[in-house]
Design a binder for this molecule. Sequence first.
Ligand code: SF4
Length: 344
Amino acid sequence: MERVIPTLLKWYKITARNLPWRETNDPYKIWISEIILQQTRVVQGLGYYNRFVLAFPNIQALANASEQEILKSWQGLGYYARARNMHKAAKLILSAHSGVFPTNVEMLLALPGIGNYTASAIASFAYGLPEPAIDGNVKRVGARFFGLYEPIHTSQFYTQLHAVLRVAIVQTNANIFNQAMIEVGALLCLPKQPKCEECPLNSHCVAFLNKLQNQIPVVVQKQKPMAKYRHYLCLHRGDTVAIRIRNESGIYQHLYEFPAVSREDKLDHLEAILALFGIVDNISIISKKTFKHQLTHQTIYATCWYLRISDDKFVSPSDWEWHNKESIANLPIHRLMEKMIKFT
Ligand code: SF4
């Protein structure tokens, strides 16, 4: 790989996209950008990044914010565990490291929500440490360039790739090398029809030289997402609707949503669903809508029942809150809830 490093770095200098987190060596801002980009495309993540660092400009601001404020800023990005973990990590940095961002991979890995890739990215981008940052893009580039046939999701593959990249990275500028490898994966070494003719690595790329781009990387088929059925009650009373914070652990923890029940089956009788909430009388149906919401590991089929209750004596469960549209707008809600609330 040493032979192609000068070409790679030169190509990066000319081609690199101008992104705000590339113009800083502040580990806090680099961390924020890396967490946002874990499950989000750069175009979408850019606006969130700018707003997030404006609202929480440093570790202290993030650690001292309330979880609800952070979740509200995160709203729409999905995978809310990322935001909750960032909050926990910020508090930990404040309490255990006196507010100073950890400076090596081992300490970074001890923080909630930071895995191998993010730790290496922060270590190399902020401190110039020779740590290969191996994300999905770099895995694909590395597998093809070195001709690695281990399935790309295995730890054996990771160990092999890490070892060969480590030999290369110690010989150059670690920050630029990692950024350049990521950029090759994002712009040229695409999963289908990679743009090999334009690639700065092509003179030594095993896959290109042997026409193996369609066979490497080796990807083992993932399981199909599981189907989940969920019934939501958008229950109107006067000009308010019932809403509750979701305290159960899971991807939507600490976000607000309509009262809901999960089912393994498609139970679709309103009376049966209402009975689960202890609601029997004085209900009128406004409408019913179904939503298909795709997550990585599951497909949620959500049915939202838009209802009105005219029973003044109805005592709602203690965790329900009654909000009008204006006050709901200030609460953190998930994407599926955003879709459902549009019809209230
Ligand atoms: S030459 Fe082609 S296959 Fe090899 S790293 Fe570049 S884009 Fe990927």
